[in-house]
Design a protein around this ligand. Structure first.
Ligand SMILES: Nc1ncnc2c1ncn2[C@@H]1O[C@H](COP(=O)(O)OP(=O)(O)O)[C@@H](O)[C@H]1O
Ligand SMILES: [Mg+2]
Length: 241
């Protein structure tokens, strides 16, 4: 039996690719909050690789934070290249966790990251057009994984989820419908998700000036998402009754 306090037994390093062959779904936001999660909750050395060839939002965001003298608890390398697998390998000894922000539209870069990854977090909002892209992204991952000897776990993370709470349950029709579609299609979907919150948008897009606080210090819902992400790596503990 495992519990959330059991120690973690992670691969060295744990490589997590965040992807969807479509932009604007929350990959970069998720990369930053999850990187912050691994660093602050588990005290691990974390690298984010911004491998998005179209818009280097991660790189720009990181630069904005560090230039405002905000201590970002992880490192970031911009490496938007089909050789991203080399970048992962070359940094494997230095970091405990490597998170690859494999931007939208470039299947080549995404597919290069997959054989080096332990986890693929397939990110989608509840927008039907984005959910429709999940199968093609999954298929691209499957093709890429076929050339690899290592097993990759694929889970879908829903982002920008509208929330209508009733008795502690999110009854938003858009959310329930799309979660149902994904689960019916056989995808493993994270229980937790990121809600559509202005606060996340401000964290990524906000100007940081003098005395600004670290916008990714408060993990928000990414605390639960991170816990779910690492759950398979909890060491089984025998609990005697
Ligand atoms: N949960 C959320 N709620 C509201 N806005 C969000 C959320 N997640 C991301 N955003 C915003 O959506 C936009 C796209 O997010 P981003 O992480 O850059 O996506 P991607 O990397 O997939 O292109 C950004 O403006 C970001 O701040
Ligand atoms: Mg991005």
């Amino acid at each position: 039996m495992t519990n959330s306090l059991a120690p973690l037994d992670l691969p060295k390093p744990l490589v997590v690719t965040l992807g969807n062959l479509k932009g604007g779904v929350g990959k970069t936001t998720s990369a930053f909050f999850l990187a912050s999660y691994f660093s602050s909750v588990h005290d691990l050395r974390v690298l984010v690789i911004d491998a998005d060839p179209l818009s280097q939002t991660g790189y720009s965001w990181y630069r904005r934070l560090t230039h405002a003298d905000i201590e970002v608890p992880f490192d970031l390398i911009a490496f938007p290249s089909r050789h991203v697998d080399d970048c992962i390998k070359d940094n494997s000894a230095t970091y405990d966790v490597i998170i690859v922000d494999a931007g939208g539209e470039s299947a080549d870069i995404f597919k290069a990251a997959i054989p080096e990854s332990d986890e693929l977090v397939l990110i989608t909002s509840v927008s039907p057009s984005e959910v429709k892209r999940v199968p093609s992204t999954y298929q691209a991952a499957e093709e890429a994984a076929a050339h690899s000897s290592r097993a990759i776990r694929v889970r879908v993370l829903m982002t920008k989820v509208p929330v209508t709470m009733k008795k502690g349950v999110n009854i938003s029709t858009e959310y329930r419908t799309q979660r149902g579609n994904l689960e019916d299609a056989g995808y493993e979907v994270f229980e937790s998700y990121s809600s559509v919150w202005k606060w996340y948008r401000e964290a990524a897009d906000g100007e940081v000036g003098d005395g600004a606080e670290n916008p990714i210090e408060d993990l928000g819902e990414y605390r639960q998402i991170g816990d779910e992400l690492v759950a398979p790596y909890r060491v089984a503990l025998e609990v005697s009754a």
